[in-house]
Design a protein around this ligand. Sequence first.
Ligand SMILES: *[C@@H]1O[C@H](CO)[C@@H](O)[C@H](O)[C@H]1NC(C)=O
Ligand SMILES: *[C@@H]1O[C@H](CO)[C@@H](O)[C@H](O)[C@H]1NC(C)=O
Length: 804
Amino acid sequence: MKRRVLLIVTVFSFCSVLGQLSYSIPEEMAPGSIVGNVAKDLGLDVKRLESGKARVFTRDTAYIELNRERGVLLVKDTIDREMLCRKVTPCALHFQILLENPMEFYSATVEIMDVNDNPPVFTNNYMHFNISESAAVGSSFTVDTATDLDVGANALKSYFIKPSDTFSIKIKADEDNRNVELVLNTPLDREKVDHLALVLTAVDGGEPQMSGTMQIRVNILDFNDNAPVFSQPVYKASIKENSPLGTFVVKATATDADHGSNGEILYSITNVENDMRGLFVINRESGEVTLNGKIDYEKSKQHQINIRASDYGGLTGTCKLIVDVLDLNDNRPNIHIMSKSNAISEDANPNTVVSMINVEDEDSGENSRVQCFTDNNDYFTLKSKAANFYTLETDNELDRELSSAYNITVTCSDEGVPSLSSSVTLTLHISDVNDNAPVFDRSSYEAYIVENNSPGLSIFTVKATDADWNQNARVSYILEDSSVSGVPVSSYVSVSADSGVIHAVRSFDYEQIKDFQLCVKAQDGGSPPLSSNVTVKILVQDQNDNAPQVLYPVQTGGSLVAEMVPRSADVGYLVTKVVAVDVDSGQNAWLSYKLQKAADRALFEVGSQNGEIRTIRQVTDKDAVKQRLSVIVEDNGQPSRSATVIVNVAVADSFPEVLSEFTDFTHDKEYNDNLTFYLVLALAVVSFLFITCVVVIISVKIYRWRQSRILYHSNLPVIPYYPPRYSDTLGSGTLPHVYNYDTCRTTDSRKSDCKFGGAGSQNVLIMDPSATGTMQRIQSEKNILDEPDSPLEVCISYIADLIA
Ligand SMILES: *[C@@H]1O[C@H](CO)[C@@H](O)[C@H](O)[C@H]1NC(C)=O
Ligand SMILES: *[C@@H]1O[C@H](CO)[C@@H](O)[C@H](O)[C@H]1NC(C)=O
């Protein structure tokens, strides 16, 4: 403690009167410091003091002593005013100065003046407060006060606080009770500053000033004054559609500046549109949003969710979550047939529209880009008309006969990965157009009919098919007009329109007509109709309806013609030859000869093939002159037909012998004479008729040329005519009469069936094995009628008939 000695000498006016001394000294003066000059003030001589043994009398502690030599009062002991008087002012020491010799005393008062030797002192130099951050501005908090032992000006004067921005000091001055309060100047924010360290300083008014401090810690208590705040106002996430439940979407994070439960956050989803209720869930604590339902891009491409974060104090913050749904290729293209034709004509032009198709894909982007194509590229093509619109068109000529219906599959696929596709099948019927003519199953037919058929007999069936359909394929058969030998073919056959059966209209005779052709037309029922024709050749087959006819020997009633056999004839002598023909053909004309009756069987035989009658042994005398042989000529038909011829043979060396022997031949001789006469007569008649005929024919021929042609073509049976002509050839042959005849061909240029040896030595019938026909006519007057086609032939035939 610094101490300045302040000497104040107060001269009391009443001092002398009352002998009262009064001094004033500051406290804390060093011992020995002079308080006052008593001798002078009392007017006493130092000697007197000496002698009077002047001394200081006090009942209390003696702080003051008297120095007699110097006559002054000295500080005996350091005086502490605060000890001495505490707060009492003024603080004074009261004592007496006693003198003896004479006894006298003087009262003295020494006032102790305060010296600022005590600082303000806080009882606790540390203090702490808990103040809620919500405390209102102006709130006051009482703090401990400091005390200062000094008094007066040296006493506690004021307080100040540092830092002073938050709190200020307010001193409430009651009488003695001084209250010091901290007053809140600004709002507290725990989130900014959660505690304050203040220093409260108390100062006194002394000079030099003294101070005391106290540390004050203010803990700012949290108040739920902060709402949770999300790290982003808007979260964005994307998620693939069809993601499984529980797929993580996003984690929303909110922070709350508050402390403790005021800062604990719970998350929740607030806005829920009806259709997406429960689609997303949020973890209450972590803020993780996960998928909780089926997410479909096609229903919603984006979802907006509001997320709320609330602290336990009830404050909330929100953010927005935008979830973009990513498209997955989960939708097949949807094919829609806008229109289609069920049937199309086979002659429809290429590029005829068959169907219009629209295709949609609910996906987006690549996943919705669709391409369509068709599997039947040969006949149909799919054309894109506009985005997602296609037409199915024909691309080729159609042919119902090739395919009457098509299943056209249209497939559409999108471009997603993997691509999805769908397809639709259209059935298109091709309607018929009459574009196919009936076709006969053969290019020509040959049919056979056996002659002598009953009229109406069905001969044959022609068949034509038409590739078209229904009416266009309904085939009718029509007999085309033509003529056979000048007669309309319809008088020979008829054709059934429906069935194609060819019926005979009449009975055919092979000997008249061997074959003919007809033309059948097949016509369909289309409009216009199409047709085709076919040639049918009808071949008439022979029946054994003609018996063989014996040409030689001529059978003339009871004629007496005999063949001569000399008795000297060798074995194998050719007696004669039976000549027969059969107008049938083939087997039916294949003749065989055999002996039916003979007088002496052993003498003659007949060649079964050639009809030659020969001797088979030497003629003996026993053999009768007159031999009568019966030869049967049989054809080979089934059943066979036959003719019988009687051959008279005379076994004699000379003609008279014969006559004598043939007594019963007289009638025959007569007959022969008659015959000679008749022959002469006939010759004349023939000559006449011949000339007449020639005249008639020539004249008629002009008018009836055609008819004569028909006659000549018609193969009418001509009765064979064969007048025998005897010529004496006497060659090598043993037969005196050699028959010289030749065959006459039919009008056709048919090959010779058989040839008769004309000038040969033997009467040998040579059969041509390759021949199938039969000799039809014997022409005896070959030199007259070398032209076989001449009408004269007919005429002569007729004459021959007359003679016969
Ligand atoms: C078309 O499909 C139908 C049904 O599958 C089938 O009956 C018919 O035979 C098919 N037609 C063609 C020409 O393939
Ligand atoms: C028959 O068909 C041929 C060709 O196929 C044709 O030339 C002819 O004129 C047709 N005849 C008739 C009578 O229709």
